[in-house]
Design a binder for this molecule. Structure first.
Ligand code: ADP
Ligand code: MG
Length: 493
């Protein structure tokens, strides 16, 4: 199945996939939402638990204003309304890792209301995805079933950690769009510093709501896939769920609204429980916490302090360096990549739009390709930004051709040496000396008199053959433009 086309072709006609995401983003805070306990990842079990987090009787929650500030920042980054009055509610349910018997969340009055996030797709188009809301809530503890043959253990370190739940409208129409949304959201929170965005450590988890419908028809019943923790699994779960639902509907069946789990080992989703509805939780305002009232002036102060956001940076890259929208969006997709690119830009001589475009191409194509191949990230890139710029400078100055540059790049990757010294060491300078090239041309033409006759008689295709021969004899180092020019002059056509 092609998950990147908008319609899924069933046996009875086309189906449209509809996706809405609920992203849980852990607030980048040293302390929990309502207690002073630490939040360090990977600490020994139950070493970061206050009496509040363990729900000892009589303990009272105290709101961590730093977490509120991060939620406001994120809301502003999502172009969303900030609600000056919001309310903390109790969401009641029983679970072994939830000692309070309820989770403190925000239900009817979240801190952040409607907003939007723009996403860029590979074909260069972009789409606007609606944000329904962002609310603050506590995380639950963790049940560990793999520590003992017949006992389950509970770790309360996570209990009470602040989460921002960011809910989207059902505006996405493919796995590609959902992936682009999560990537964009991750870039945003990382840029703002409000969440570290590390999906593999559980700092960002996604509940994926998927339904299918006839194109343009009413929304279908959805299934909700819980706690998906990578972009790859996100795409796989949407793909699997689409096929499953279409198959049921085409057989005349009905989709059950239910909660499902993604099984990464098999790439399938499995029913977990039938869906709870809001009344099941008996939400009510937490009597221990007064409504949260913030001042417009404070929100304004936060707005003024925001860093340059990915969209603004993207626009700057497009207008200043004439990059394509897609290239620019790739370069701002992760903070470190944008930083690497900008640092490299400073080392370009001269810094022209053409050089910047060349740099972007090398970064997105060759550097990303090599990083992927070697399972590395930009942080562990063997080439510094200055070194990559150095390679671009050699191309720009016509010291080497684009083709030889690939060779130099491979050597740089291996040795972490500068382009200029490798070019010297391996004698890879481009030959731009008329006499040397002229001499080779003479020799090639003298060696192939029959071909020269044919060319002169009108067989134009042979021109490429002569160019190829000259390049071959000169080990690919001749300046290709010069070879073309001199050959044309010499052959007189
Ligand atoms: P909950 O899952 O907590 O009951 P909501 O009813 O607000 O909450 O829906 C949560 C998510 O489900 C939202 O992201 C929304 O966009 C998405 N959603 C709602 N209806 C559909 C649908 N028919 N198909 C796909 N996603 C949907
Ligand atoms: Mg939900």
């Amino acid at each position: 199945m092609n998950i990147y086309s908008n319609f899924y072709q069933g046996t009875t006609g086309p189906w449209e996939v509809v996706v809405g995401l609920e992203v849980h983003a852990q607030v980048n805070s040293k302390a929990k939402l309502f207690s002073g306990a630490a939040t360090t990842f990977g600490a020994d079990p139950n070493t970061q638990v206050s009496f509040v987090d363990a729900a000892m009787p009589g303990m009272l929650p105290v709101l961590n204003i730093y977490c509120v500030e991060q939620a406001v920042k994120t809301g502003l980054g999502l172009n969303a309304e900030i609600n000056l009055i919001s309310v903390f509610d109790r969401k009641n349910y029983f679970y072994a890792d939830l000692p309070q018997g309820y989770q403190i969340s925000q239900y009817t009055r979240p801190i952040v209301g409607k907003g939007h996030l723009d996403i860029e797709l590979e074909d260069g188009s972009s789409r606007t995805i609606g944000i329904t809301r962002l609310h603050l809530e506590q995380d639950a503890g963790k049940s560990m079933h793999d520590q003992h043959p017949d006992k389950s253990y509970i770790d309360l370190n996570r209990s009470g950690v602040a989460l921002m739940e960011i809910v989207s409208e059902p505006d996405m129409r493919s796995a590609e769009e959902a992936s682009a949304y999560v990537r964009k959201l991750r870039a945003l929170v990382r840029c703002l510093g409000t969440c570290d965005g590390n999906m593999d450590q559980g700092s960002m988890r996604v509940d994926v709501n998927v339904s299918v419908r006839r194109p343009g028809g009413p929304l279908g019943t959805r299934a909700e896939i819980k706690n998906v923790n990578s972009i790859k699994y996100l795409a796989q779960s949407i793909e699997f769920e689409t096929e499953r639902q279409v198959e049921i509907l085409e057989k005349g069946g009905e989709i059950q609204q239910e909660t499902r789990l993604f099984d990464a080992s098999q790439g399938i989703t499995r029913a977990m429980r039938s869906k709870e509805h809001a009344p099941d939780y008996r939400y009510f305002p937490d009597p221990d916490l007064p409504p949260l009232v913030i001042e417009a002036a404070w929100v304004e102060e936060i707005r003024q302090s925001l860093p340059e956001l990915p969209d603004a940076k993207k626009l700057r890259f497009i207008t200043t360096y004439e990059l394509s929208a897609y290239d620019a969006s790739v370069l701002v997709s992760e903070g470190e990549i944008g930083t690497y690119f900008e640092e490299a830009l400073h080392h370009l001589k001269p810094l022209t739009p053409k050089a910047a475009k060349l740099l972007a191409n090398w970064l997105i194509g060759d550097v990303f390709g090599a990083l992927n191949r070697d399972n590395k990230t930009i942080d562990s890139c063997p080439l510094s930004p200055a070194q990559l710029a150095g390679l671009i400078n050699e191309i720009q100055a016509e010291v080497i051709s684009g083709k030889i540059a690939k060779e130099v790049f491979a050597l740089m990757w291996e040795t972490s040496k500068d382009a200029s010294s490798l070019i010297q060491e391996h004698g890879l300078q481009q030959i731009s000396d008329d006499t040397a090239i002229q001499g080779t041309i003479d020799k090639i033409l003298a060696d192939n008199p029959a071909m020269v006759e044919e060319y002169k008689a009108g067989k134009d295709k042979l021109f490429g053959f002569f160019v190829g021969q000259v390049m071959k004899v000169m080990a690919g180092k001749a300046n290709p433009e010069l070879v073309n020019k001199l050959l044309k002059e010499r052959l007189g056509r």
